[in-house]
Each structure stands twice: as structure tokens, then as C-alpha cells.
Design a protein around this ligand. Structure first.
Ligand code: ZN
Ligand code: ZN
Length: 352
């Protein structure tokens, strides 16, 4: 069963005649195509891939199992010619303008039906090949940070360390899956801190959040380090976050509620009086995108399935003082989870 076959099955279940896929990540997932202009359409008897002249050769090499067709730079007219009936479209990718145009192009009597998330639903469950790429990305990321930390943290700027991580990933043949975060002391209290050109001091906590991309697939990991004794409160918060993270990892298994897994970590942190200081969801899916489904959060209404790849990343942020976040990347299995992040999690102290 190909990925397109699985889309065709969902198309049938939703009483659609075809699904028009315009989001490039979804197009890549379904066809293998990595160019920047292309779309595909899938129905019971339809496997159509469209691109313009610039990408025809690339598509011929990459795309398998689809009829290849060439359109103008704007591919919607050619797509519309081939579609009729109830046409599912990606309402989270198409702009309002594109939607209006497409509506004017499809045959009379046909209908555009919002079906955003259909391909993402399939993407949430990874196959062996995808898992191998994610595992390779996680390993590469671990290796890079290990070598970066050999140069120490104290006295180097957050930006220098972040650039080192970036360079290390590229030197090993990957790309960063997002710009690395390095945030020391009070700066670490901002969950999405951007690295500054400010030297990292002694006796403080430093959050490093980094990931690599290999064969299109991402990794994502966070560790919090100490540069000398960070003080009793910082140590206590570190132990609390680690405990919450470990409990949440134990709760991850196929069939577990995404909200419940989030709740395990959230309750542990709230019980210690820091509930208000854990202001984000516990985790997110990772794959071709560094943030995808399923989400682990109080607002998430889903169940984990074997083959999901998710992060487990509780954090506690004390404004003006420091932040702690510990993030692992895991594969959900029928009996629990496999942790892909191998970096140690006890509080590591790094000097100059
Ligand atoms: Zn992260
Ligand atoms: Zn993350």
C-alpha cells in the first residue's frame, strides 16, 4: 500500500472524488518531489503530479507512481481541468486568493471541500524508512553538541555557541532543523529565546535546544547545563523538571491520550507550585517538519499511535532568574516508547 493509496482510501471515507494537495511538504511526502513548485491530486483512479518546465526533469527523477504533467508556473488551471465532483483541498495551505481562483476554474457543479490535515494525519505515523532518518538526525545532533561542549560554555557568547552547533551539523552533512537556541541565566526564562552576543557567565543555567535534519527528517532535543554551582533553587527546579519529564516518558504509549500525557508532567510541576511557570504544551510531533502532529497539550484531543514521533519537553521558567527545559525525542510503540535522544540528563556542570 503506497502513501497515495492511503490518501485514496481517506478520500473515499470522506465522500470526496479527489484530494488536491498543494502544501509542498505534503507533496514531498506523497511523491518524493523536493522542488518548490508542484502539486498533486489523488483519487480512486487518479495519481496526478503537476509542475512547471523548470522542474520537469527533477520530477521525472523523483516522482514515482504518478502521471507527470506540465503546467504553467501557476498550476491551478491545469489542476482544475483534471478535477471534478467533490474536490478536497488543503484549506490550511491555499490562500484566500488561490481558493477564489480555483473556485472559478473547476467545472460547473463541482465543489471545493476543505480537507486540510488529511495528509498530515498520515504523516503523523512514521514508517521504518522515516524512523531511520529521524534516528540518524538525532544521533548526528547528539554528536555535534558533544563536540561543541568540549570547548566549554563560560566566556563564550550564546551566539558563538549557537553558530558552532549550526556549523557542526552542516560539517557532518546535515542541516539544522531550526536555528539552535542557546540561552543563559535569565534569558533562559524565555522559552523561544534567540541567542545573543552576550558572554555566558559562571554559576548559571544554560538552555540548549537544537536539532538536525537528515534526508528531510528532523530531530529536536533540549538540555539544560550548569556552569558551576547554579544555587539550590536552580538545582531543585532542575530535579523537578527531570522528574516530570521521566514520568511523562513512562506515560507515553500507543493508546494514551495526548492530553493525559501532558497532564502527567503538568500535575507534577503544579504540585511543586510551579504550574504557572510551565506555559507551553508538553510536546509535539516531529517528522518532515520540526513541529507537526500529534501535539501533547491540554487542548489536544487525540490518542497516541505506534509510529508517532513526539517530543517530551516540560519546562519551568522563572522570570528574571533562569529557565529549565529537558526535551527528548521518542518513537511511540505498542508497549511504551523508544527514546532517540541519547544525551545525558543528569545536571551536567561545564566550566570554561
Ligand atoms: Zn526543541
Ligand atoms: Zn520541541
Amino acid at each position: 500500500v503506497t502513501r497515495a493509496d492511503r490518501v485514496a482510501r481517506l478520500v473515499g471515507e470522506r465522500d470526496l472524488d479527489a484530494m488536491l494537495v498543494t502544501g509542498l511538504v505534503n507533496v514531498r511526502y506523497l511523491t518524493g518531489y523536493t522542488g518548490t513548485n508542484g502539486l498533486c491530486a489523488v483519487g480512486p483512479d487518479l495519481r496526478l503530479f503537476l509542475t512547471d518546465f523548470r522542474y520537469v526533469e527533477q520530477a521525472a527523477e523523483q516522482v514515482r507512481g504518478y502521471e507527470l504533467a506540465r503546467g504553467r508556473q501557476d498550476l491551478l488551471p491545469e489542476a482544475a481541468e483534471r478535477l471534478s465532483g467533490r474536490i478536497g483541498f488543503e484549506d490550511h495551505h491555499l490562500t484566500v486568493r488561490q481558493y477564489e481562483r480555483l473556485r472559478g476554474l473547476i467545472p460547473a457543479g463541482s465543489e471545493l471541500v476543505p480537507a486540510g490535515g488529511l495528509v498530515e494525519e498520515l504523516r503523523a505515523v512514521k514508517d521504518e524508512e522515516e524512523l531511520a532518518a529521524i534516528r540518524a538526525a538525532a544521533e548526528l545532533a547528539d554528536e555535534v553538541l558533544e563536540s561543541v561542549l568540549e570547548r566549554g560554555l563560560v566566556g563564550r557568547s550564546e551566539l558563538e555557541v549557537a553558530r558552532d552547533v549550526d556549523r557542526g551539523i552542516r560539517e557532518r552533512g546535515g542541516e539544522p532543523s531550526f536555528p539552535p537556541i542557546v540561552a543563559a541565566g535569565p534569558h533562559g526564562a524565555l522559552p523561544h529565546a534567540e541567542p545573543r552576543d552576550v558572554a555566558i557567565g559562571e554559576r548559571t543555567l544554560v538552555i540548549v535546544d537544537w536539532g538536525a535534519r537528515v534526508d528531510g527528517y528532523c530531530s529536536d532535543c533540549t538540555r539544560t547545563f550548569a556552569t558551576g554551582d547554579p544555587g539550590g533553587e536552580a538545582e531543585a527546579v532542575y530535579e523537578l523538571v527531570l522528574e516530570a519529564q521521566q514520568r511523562a516518558l513512562e506515560a507515553v504509549t500507543a493508546g494514551a491520550g495526548c492530553r493525559d500525557v501532558d497532564g502527567v508532567a503538568r500535575d507534577a510541576i503544579a504540585a511543586a507550585g510551579h504550574g504557572e511557570r510551565f506555559g507551553h504544551g508538553l510536546g509535539h510531533g516531529v517528522g518532515l517538519e520540526v513541529h507537526e502532529g500529534p501535539r501533547l497539550a491540554q487542548t489536544a484531543d487525540c490518542e497516541l499511535a505506534a509510529g508517532n514521533v513526539v517530543t517530551v519537553e516540560p519546562g519551568v521558567y522563572l522570570s528574571g532568574a533562569f529557565g529549565v527545559r529537558i526535551e527528548d525525542l521518542v518513537t511511540v510503540t505498542d508497549t511504551g516508547c523508544d527514546v532517540l535522544s541519547r544525551f545525558p540528563k543528569s545536571l551536567v556542570t561545564l566550566g570554561a
